[in-house]
Design a protein around this ligand. Structure first.
Ligand SMILES: Nc1ncnc2c1ncn2[C@@H]1O[C@H](COP(=O)(O)OP(=O)(O)OP(=O)(O)O)[C@@H](O)[C@H]1O
Ligand SMILES: [Mg+2]
Length: 384
């Protein structure tokens, strides 16, 4: 079987969703800059990496990860280095680049690495200068910045809210600078929702110019096709009825959870020397997956880092109730808000929905877990 569990899915492991690519390019044309909003582990990084392979004509996609950056100038340095490494240093702009290299004392330059001899460079200003001077380019750069929201969170935690607010404004100014805008589209994503994070420091206006692109979980058909791609010529039998059972059991078709389950199914089939996937094997795979902390732990750790104090206690209790009782109804939610003295619960509930913990079930007037797998893990590992 062809599975990948954890890292971004690439090449033969990646299940392509061409309609999403089409939608992405359309949105990018309309909005110029985008933020990819999607629950955790839905395939944001995989999607962005897939765009590198099929650059649209007239566009050049570049992918960077800024997860460990916790300081604005470091962030702009990474962007600047990426642009320097991408732009053609010859031709009409040869002199400009030679001057830049001299002024910044660039000691080493290759496709992946640039070293600056000079200290205290204001990289934000350098980006503006670069985009102002290097005018002609056949291609637009689509700069995809993965874990941007983690960078913002790092800056909030390590440098404070004021620095973070200023950083957001600099990013906005960069996006709106005409010289930058004519060359670069910024695409941000991350496993924390950018909107919610920006709201948490009262700065929603700083991202109002960015369009939203969402990556939905898989449809039943896509999940079924992904299973076929995973099984790929293996003599294993996964018949229609059992597949239906599998999909119903998963309910929320996150590609990550499908891969996790297929991994468990494969090892059970090998142990039992069984070539046919049965309901019993699917149930056992579900149980075994629950025993693997690394598949789910980050849902809990992320909750800890997003929410502090009473907010964390509130979020945990709400999720605990939703897990144990197959959902938390609106009255119980209200009681929990009062119990923890939460002033404004809407953003917290929003985060839980956005990040894919639970979904609002309007007809039944409850919030319930998206994924029965995550729900079962939550009951065993978080609810005490
Ligand atoms: N298109 C896809 N085809 C096959 N598997 C996928 C696809 N997208 C996601 N996956 C599965 O989900 C896992 C996580 O994918 P990825 O890292 O792209 O998600 P993410 O949304 O970036 O996650 P995070 O929120 O943690 O950053 C992969 O290891 C793989 O198992
Ligand atoms: Mg990712």
């Amino acid at each position: 079987m062809k599975m990948i569990i954890g890292p971004a899915a690439e090449g033969e492991f990646y299940f392509a969703r061409p309609y999403l690519n089409e939608r992405f390019w359309k949105k990018l044309k309309e909005s110029h800059h985008l933020s990819i909003a999607a629950p955790r582990r839905v395939g944001k990084s995989s999607f962005m990496i897939s765009l590198l392979k099929n650059d649209k004509e007239g566009y050049r996609c570049i992918y960077i990860i800024t997860e460990s950056i916790n300081e604005p100038n470091e962030f702009f340095k990474k962007v600047y280095k990426t642009l320097l490494g991408t732009l053609n240093h010859g031709g009409k702009f040869k002199q400009f680049f030679e001057d830049v290299f001299k002024r910044l004392q660039i000691t080493k330059i290759s496709m992946t690495e640039i070293e600056f001899g000079r200290n205290e460079i204001d990289y934000y200003e350098e980006i503006l200068l670069l985009c102002r001077e290097v005018k002609e380019s056949d291609e637009r750069i689509v700069l995809m910045i993965d874990e941007f929201s983690q960078t913002l969170e790092n800056i909030i935690m390590d440098q404070g809210r004021e620095v973070a607010r200023n950083f957001l404004h600099q990013c906005r100014e960069l996006r709106q600078d005409l010289n930058v805008k004519s060359k670069i589209s910024f695409v941000y994503t991350g496993s924390i929702g950018l909107e919610n994070l920006v709201l948490s420091i009262d700065e929603p206006r700083s991202i109002t110019d960015i369009g939203h692109f969402s990556i939905p979980p898989f449809s039943s058909k896509e999940a079924n096709d992904l299973i076929t791609q995973i099984v790929d010529g293996d003599p294993i039998l996964f018949e229609k009825e059992e597949r239906m059972y599998f999909l119903e059991k998963m309910n929320w078709l996150l590609p990550y959870f499908i891969q996790v389950m297929m991994g468990e199914i494969e090892s059970i089939c090998k142990e039992e020397e069984n070539q046919k996937i049965t309901r019993g094997i699917i149930d056992l795979a579900f149980e075994r997956a629950l025993g693997n902390r690394s598949y789910f732990e980050h849902w809990l750790t992320r909750l800890r880092s997003i929410f502090k104090g009473f907010d964390f206690s509130f979020a945990k209790e709400v999720l605990n109730k939703a897990a144990v009782n197959k959902g938390i109804d609106y009255f119980e939610l209200e009681d929990t808000i009062v119990k923890f003295n939460i002033n404004d619960a809407a953003p917290l509930v929003n985060i839980l929905q956005h990040d894919g913990y639970f979904v609002k079930d309007e007809p039944n007037r409850i919030y319930r877990f998206n994924s029965p797998l995550l729900q079962a893990w939550w009951i065993r590992n978080v609810v005490i």
